[in-house]
Ligand binder design. Sequence first.
Ligand code: HQG
Length: 187
Amino acid sequence: MTQEANDIKLGRFLSLVLRHRPSAAGITLDALGWADVDELLSGVRRTGRRIDMDTLERIVRENNKRRYSFNEDHTKIRANQGHSIPVDVELKKETPPHRLYHGTVERFLPSIRREGIRKMGRQYVHLSADYQTAEEVGRRRGTPVVIVIDAEAMARDGAVFYLSENGVWLCDHVAPEYFLDPEPLVK
Ligand code: HQG
């Protein structure tokens, strides 16, 4: 396997450990979502995977979505967003742009039109700042459908938005009244 392919595979495992199931590497996260880097490296190695500090540094640096961050002296690491476990990654409250985008697939639309966009398994609803990124998010599940959201109106009505370190917009819920396209575009 090429180094790049191996890094992608390891990155997926890190996502699982740092966002959803730290016990998969036999570690725990602190309240702010940090894992101890030495514990993580030895925990990942115990699962039979090969990883060293240089590899971890490279994965953090080159990850396509900048999913992970180190603390200042690189003794701790955490995922920037996407958690299903209750950690506080100190997200910054921000005023959203006028429009935000949610990528999904056709089969979820009836329920989304009824209930709005819900956080499902994660801590927040994930929204993208641009249409194309939302298309990519939707494409993970099939032919993408992008819902255009009137984020300006949501903010005006009191909704709180957070912007993660890697540029993902997060909120608690998006009610259907804020969908701009009565029939979200199907591509
Ligand atoms: C859907 C990736 C039925 C929602 C991406 C989505 C993102 C509903 C799925 C990040 C619903 C949840 C998050 C409702 C929402 N009824 N279905 N009322 N409300 N849904 O994975 O947004 O690669 O938890 O449309 O880039 O797909 O992991 O959320 O399809 O930023 O770094 O329920 O994950 O980043 O799925 O993706 P997810 P998501 P990473």
